[in-house]
Design a protein around this ligand. Structure first.
Ligand SMILES: [Zn+2]
Length: 178
């Protein structure tokens, strides 16, 4: 497997290799080399990802525990408004020394490549159906109101029978953005 010097997920574990009992902690901030996730929530390319990492040397390999912190862009599945969602997820994975036994992840020389581990942890943590925190604004109008989202140039179409209710929302001091 090719080891790219440009891969920010590549972590040096030279002083831990074949040294069971040794442990290191390391905080790393990387910029995501690619978009993570598809659908309605994703971490965009170039987004900052904070990694708090713990490396433990075991007899069979290096155990890597990590806390991942980032921010995802998303679109509300109900009202299509743009959202930002905090991404906080943990992982733990054993990177085994090369051997005859098949392992998902292996120590590569004196490095471990955290890219697939972090990517999977982040992608699995993203919601399939992101929604506005505290409910979509349109839905705060009340039950039984149908709101149709139109093109950007046109105002939303509100059922005329309920139009009078809209001003209560505007007058309501408890109504806040998001
Ligand atoms: Zn919404």
């Amino acid at each position: 497997m090719a080891v790219s010097a440009k891969n920010p997920y590549l972590q040096n574990v030279r002083d831990l290799v074949r040294a069971p009992g040794e442990m290191r902690e390391r905080d790393v901030e990387i910029l995501s080399p690619e978009k993570l996730g598809e659908g309605l929530a994703w971490v965009p390319e170039g987004q900052s990802i904070d990694l708090h990492l713990k490396f433990e040397s075991l007899h069979e390999g290096i155990l890597v525990s990590g806390e991942v912190d980032s921010v995802a862009d998303a679109q509300c599945a109900r009202c299509l408004r743009d959202l930002e969602l905090p991404v906080q997820v943990e992982f733990q994975e054993l990177f085994a020394y090369p051997s005859d036994e098949p392992f998902d992840y292996q120590v590569q020389g004196d490095h471990v490549d955290l890219e697939p581990v972090v990517r999977d942890a982040v992608v699995l943590s993203l919601p399939f159906q992101p929604e506005c925190a505290g409910g979509c604004e349109e839905l705060e109008l009340g039950p039984g109101i149908t709101l149709v989202l139109a093109d950007d140039e046109q105002p939303p179409v509100l059922d005329a029978r309920w139009a009078g209710l809209a001003r209560f929302r505007e007058d309501d001091p408890t109504t806040e953005e998001r």
